[in-house]
Design a protein. Sequence first.
Length: 478
Amino acid sequence: MGTQSLSAIGGAGGFDPSRLEAHKGGDGGVGRIRIEYCESFTGSTNPPASTQKLDCYIAEQVENTPYTQGRLNLPENIPDGQSRTYRVQYGRKVDFAGAGEQVTTLRLPAAMLATATLDALVSRVGNGNVTFKLDIGNDGTWDWQTTQNVSGAATLTSPDLAAAFDAYWTAQGAPVTGTLDVPVKVSLSTGGQVLLTNLRLSTAGSKLRTVRLPGGATYTTFNLDFTVEGSGNSALTVALDVGDDGTVDWSTSTTAGLPHRLLSGNLAAAVNAYLSGKGGEVDVPIRIFVAPDHPVRLEDYRVTTTPATDLTPTGLQTGTTRLLASYQEGDLVPLQATLQNNGTQDSGPVTVAFFATAEGWGDWYVGSDFVENIPAGGSVIASTTWDTTGFSGEVPVKVVVNPYGRVGETDLTNNIAEITVSVAPQATPTPTPGPGTTPTPGPSPTPSPGTTPTPGPSPTPQPSTGDYKIHLPLVTGR
């Protein structure tokens, strides 16, 4: 309490010099002071106080890692089968022997905040003006400071400190799970005690937007262009979660007039990860956090595409026309296809394989071609000749570009084209008598005992046996 910093002595009576002494007012009476305390009491009052030590029950943090447990001394015995509910208010105590600054920490949930306020209970500071300051993040900037006339103690309520907390959260990589210990510097203009307590938080809301991009594309840079709408001048914190997977991929804190247009940092890694393995057009979700809350409008995005190759065959045909005729088994049928590179990078050397389906055997290799390069955005013709011996009926024929996967591509699902070719089976020849000869009937031969003529096999070309349904040639030197 200090020395007689608390008094209840009556003042002297009032006196009018123009009147007699008998008209002087009486002195004020002496009051009474009552002090109840928990641990110990030091100092003096005038008049001396009536004091009483109380049985205080304080919740305190267990000072062992990971500092996630508290200890509460119960104020009463709880009978079996009954329960009690206690309201516990936590705080961070800082003692000052004199004017100065000290650094402590406040533990918060790891999240972007929409609002954040706290109370500073200042005590043992005597009477008079007291200046209190608070620096969130201990970054050299006083985020809250106030000077008030205090009589022994006072409760100071902060303004909204969400912007200061969010700036520190952003500087730590914008984590969204667990907790975050935020350093805070406390300044007091005189000796006394400060208890930081009653921390009240609310997390920021979010908006989900989408950007449509080609699946499988890869980018060197990807920047989102958007506007935070509103009016006036405001501290502003914005965070972006690409893919809506709970990970903040970019964040910033600033003070700006609204509406305020922003260009994000490079989001290419997060965008590429979301597009990987996807085909067609993909709607990429982007969750946008804004504190304080304001509407958000997407303007555009700016990208630099990573050079890439995407090969696809088109126009598979026989001969030089797309009008497929019927072929006879044993014909040599020319096959050709157009190979396109839809990417932004030349392909370099590429192998092209052709297959025909053999009944009971599956895809059977019938030929290949090799091209030195398919330029970005360009096309080339690949061809081979198919020996149809052993094939008949409606035969599926396909072309596969880059069958060995030696050329890196953004999409390997579009590397096949297929058609059906009609092949008539080979006719069996019928003998025809020559001119000028007349067959003379002879005696019918009689088989000798023990001999039975066995017709020889008709040679029918068939694919050689193997363990796989797709047979590729060994390509060397390429």
